[in-house]
Design a protein around this ligand. Structure first.
Ligand SMILES: [Zn+2]
Length: 289
């Protein structure tokens, strides 16, 4: 059987078809425009490909409550044309297949749990650090939704004693996203993160905020693995810095076999940036009318 998958981002749409074993057969990426333009492009990609079901990992916020009248809709996004748009309904009407739907970060988490470095684990946090910060969370094998879905990029941060930057987030100023996202780095240092590779101070501060967030996730969720992706995490020098600060901040309070092996506990994504689309493929496999 062939399944369809969409990784729906604010700037680009990745669509693919693949097998139940996770082999991607055909893949296409195009810019995200208004739904009036983008939905027909998505439909055209899948039409005639005999997909059994479709999975979508979407930018948000999204309504994931299956008993809600607006299930499958995009909610109050800054992308005005997509506000309140019935994303699942629009594709289901055209393609007439079951549609699985979740956040982009939950899809990425599911991709890593199904095909990547979190296979066999039931408690996983997947964090993307780029233009924004978000986390997909699985607890006891289930993707966490709650009343809406977690917004773990907006947890509040304790500023570093040497950091006078007030924070970038329009809602919270110094939340995780406000202090550590790509735009926050650029705003603080007046230069894009990619051009600051040799500035040790940049990465000392960045790893301090990431470690602080990770310690909070560890204390609340007790994950068995933490996976970090997104544009900022292409700076591989961050990983050892983050692991060291996580150990310092936990300060011996927790003792587990996972924390004794931080190199295998806090890891980069493992699927060549296909974690989101492969997670969407898995959402398709699980979709039912
Ligand atoms: Zn915030």
């Amino acid at each position: 059987m062939i399944y369809g998958a969409i990784e729906a981002g604010g700037t680009k749409m990745v669509c693919a078809i693949g097998t139940a074993e996770g082999h991607l057969i055909d893949q296409l990426t195009f810019p995200t425009k208004d739904p009036a333009e983008t939905i027909p492009q998505l439909v055209a990609f899948f039409q005639g490909k005999s997909i059994t079901a479709l999975g979508i990992g979407s930018f948000g916020p999204v309504d994931l409550r299956t008993d809600s009248p607006t299930y499958g809709h995009i909610l109050d996004t800054p992308k005005l044309a997509w506000q309140q748009f019935d994303f699942v309904g629009a594709l289901q009407r055209e393609l007439k297949v079951p549609v699985g739907f979740d956040t982009d970060v939950n899809a990425a988490c599911l991709g890593e749990m199904t095909y990547g470095s979190a296979q066999g684990l039931n408690n996983v946090v997947y964090i993307t650090i780029g233009t924004g910060i978000g986390a997909g969370i699985a607890i006891n094998g289930q993707l966490l939704h709650g009343m809406l879905h977690p917004e773990a990029g907006h947890i509040l941060m304790k500023p570093h004693p040497e950091d006078s930057y007030p924070g970038f987030c329009p809602y919270h100023k110094a939340c995780f996203e406000g202090m550590a996202s790509g735009p926050a780095i650029e705003d603080r240092w007046g230069e894009k993160a990619a051009n600051l590779q040799d500035n040790a101070q940049v990465w000392a501060l960045e790893s301090y905020y990431i470690a602080q967030a990770l310690v909070n996730y560890i204390m609340v969720l007790s994950p068995e693995k933490i996976i970090l992706g997104g544009g900022v995490m292409k700076q591989k020098q961050l990983f050892p810095l983050i692991r060291k600060q996580v150990a310092e901040m936990i300060n011996g309070y927790l003792k587990t076999k996972e924390l004794e092996d931080l190199d295998n506990y806090i890891v980069p994504n493992s699927l060549n940036e296909n974690q989101g689309i492969l997670g969407a493929l898995e959402l398709a496999k699980r979709a039912r009318f």
